[in-house]
Design a protein around this ligand. Sequence first.
Ligand SMILES: O=P(O)(O)O[C@H]1O[C@H](CO)[C@@H](O)[C@H]1O
Ligand SMILES: Nc1nc2[nH]cnc2c(=O)[nH]1
Length: 222
Amino acid sequence: VHTKSFHIHIKYYNQTTEWLLSRTRHRPKIAVVCGSGLGLLADGVTNKEIFPYADIPNFPVSTVPGHEGCLVFGILKGKSCVFMQGRFHLYEGYSLCKVTFPVRIFKLLGVETLIVTNASGGLCPDFKVGDIMLIKDHINLPGFAGQHPLCGPNDERFGIRFPCMSDAYSKDLRKLALDISHELDYTNFVREGVYCMVSGPNFETIAEARMLQVLGCDSVDI
Ligand SMILES: O=P(O)(O)O[C@H]1O[C@H](CO)[C@@H](O)[C@H]1O
Ligand SMILES: Nc1nc2[nH]cnc2c(=O)[nH]1
């Protein structure tokens, strides 16, 4: 039975952070959340230290195929990184504060840059299956209905009560990604667009997909 809650007590964040810091030599500044089938993004790291989610105190576990369920610390191009091989979803029955628990752990570990990836559904008619879309903005539909990870008591250690979202996705990092896609001649499949979160687990009806297009969404995921 899953219990839904708006709040996880700070002692659980501290316990998980201390557990990880006492077991890894790495002090990552970059975290990567790997979506479905994207766990291989961690394959290139050296000096790997791997922690199955089931072993980490207070961590949720992955229940979806294509999500290995491991936290991988290591070095990539000289930078200390941590990869989530598998992410968590509302539709698995986790509350949003549980879904986002690892991101707050990253903050407490000292992470400064978060890269999120997932396998989403394309809505923009110009996109082809397999294209990569850089997220430039998002629409959080469950958030409009009160399903929001920031609901509940605010802990200033993680951010302010009323965060501004007009620059949620780093312009500099998006430019860097686009520059690199030019250098690598990847421009015919690297796009930019607006990402929409819905709760799932069903994918959209045709009418819903059309509605999301009208709202300005280029891709949608759960
Ligand atoms: O968003 P990620 O985890 O990449 O995966 C997406 O693909 C799965 C459905 O095929 C769902 O888990 C959906 O969220
Ligand atoms: N909502 C939604 N999520 C997805 N995740 C992967 N494909 C899809 C899709 O078509 N719709």
